[in-house]
Design a protein around this ligand. Sequence first.
Ligand code: MF3
Ligand code: CO
Ligand code: CO
Length: 270
Amino acid sequence: MQNEHTGRLTRDGIRIHERGDFAGMHKAGALASRILDELAEHVFVGQTTGEIDRLIEEKVDAAGAVSATIGYKGYKHASCISVNHVVCHGIPGDKRLKDGDILNIDVTVIVDGWFGDTSRMYVAGQLSRKAERLVQVTHDSLMKGIEAVRPGNTFGDVGHAIQSYVEAARMSVVRDFCGHGLGRVFHSPPNVLHYGRPGMGPALEEGMFFTIEPMVNLGRPETKVLMDDWTAVTRDKSLSAQFEHSIGVTSDGCEIFTLSEAGRFHPTWR
Ligand code: MF3
Ligand code: CO
Ligand code: CO
């Protein structure tokens, strides 16, 4: 249906993009992904998350792009870096990474007005067996969700694919945060839930752009926000992991805008 205010095509309030819009998203997504590729060598024991964020800001600037997060709701950093039991929205700072820490680095850039949003997991030093399992399951759950993206399916099918995979591994899906529509805006409808029931939720249609970004906990799914009013952690202090891609629905599936050219999206230590 046509939005009476903008004249633009939407379905269930979700913007339907045109074929020509995919190119802009690929360009923005490729930059965000390339920046994450380049960070692998900068994650090590003793490194600070603040220094990693500084490198990200430098890389965004060098590419002639704009950070979507600096200035967003008063946020001051070019990334969120979420270590161990931090679920998301970790604020980069002076704390040094310790041996065995796992961390999600989440970068969103704006290129020619289009938003590219992606995150993946890294490890400092030696990865523990349980952390490795968590990271593997979280990555694979995102891919299961992406496999369910095609016209004819619904957002509930996507959430169900993720949830059933995670719970079969006896881990839990965070309910308090979700993926989101994006394009020429950072966060737009719909809320992309990482849990759900088959056939429920809005129908997927060609031209919808959104992120899928499951957060998976080794323990219970509940989260709380710290006193800084920003950082989200697991209530039971269990380890948490997340992977995020930005994608666009095509006639028979989807295109991933944030694929790693270097093949480093998947945990680089494997
Ligand atoms: N990149 C995050 C997402 O996936 C949003 C971060 S907003 C910030 O939606 F302000 F915390 F950076
Ligand atoms: Co996102
Ligand atoms: Co993100």
